[in-house]
Design a protein around this ligand. Sequence first.
Ligand SMILES: CC(C)(COP(=O)(O)OP(=O)(O)OC[C@H]1O[C@@H](n2cnc3c(N)ncnc32)[C@H](O)[C@@H]1OP(=O)(O)O)[C@@H](O)C(=O)NCCC(=O)NCCS
Length: 173
Amino acid sequence: MEHFSIDGATGRSFELRIEEVDSISEELVRTLIEIDLQTFSESTFSHYTARAFLGNGRVLLLLADGHIIGSCVCMRTWGDPDEVLILSMGIRPGWRGRGLGLSFVQGILHRLSQIGAQAVSLLVSLDNRRAIRVYEETGFSVQEVMDRDSRTGEAFVRMRCSLVDRPELSIVE
Ligand SMILES: CC(C)(COP(=O)(O)OP(=O)(O)OC[C@H]1O[C@@H](n2cnc3c(N)ncnc32)[C@H](O)[C@@H]1OP(=O)(O)O)[C@@H](O)C(=O)NCCC(=O)NCCS
């Protein structure tokens, strides 16, 4: 657990926590879809797939004073079950740019490592400099630059992080 003070006159401090989802609710399904839509123009999840990932994947939440301010949806990869794919990870807009991304990703890697994952990979847009910076700072490196999506023109990079013999980095518990 970590305490975090937000900039501004109030000097208010928030209690940060990372929590793993252990039961599905309609509210959680809506929250997952909402955080995703606050970020990407195309939704990653339908109601159906959000439920499926909540039930059968691993979903980690970032909470500030008990309110969900970020989410990370993970699944095991088919080719190597010890490797986890981060399908989507995001923090609500008002909470971005304050260093929370770094704490969240460090906490996510710590949790995944505790449950036996040996590596984590993800795809991120080449233009998403902030996310790439967070991933690099937490031990990911670029494995491959993918071809541009012919439909959107967006280029993605595949990043990967080994969790084997990794120095302890966790901040938020
Ligand atoms: C990506 C995300 C989780 C990062 O979290 P965050 O709390 O906003 O990031 P941080 O405040 O920790 O900033 C991370 C770093 O990026 C840097 N940064 C911020 N904006 C940047 C920009 N436009 N270009 C380059 N670097 C930038 C910061 O200076 C910081 O680097 P530092 O630690 O060396 O100072 C968050 O911005 C988010 O939810 N974005 C939308 C969803 C998303 O893009 N998800 C990732 C794709 S799956």
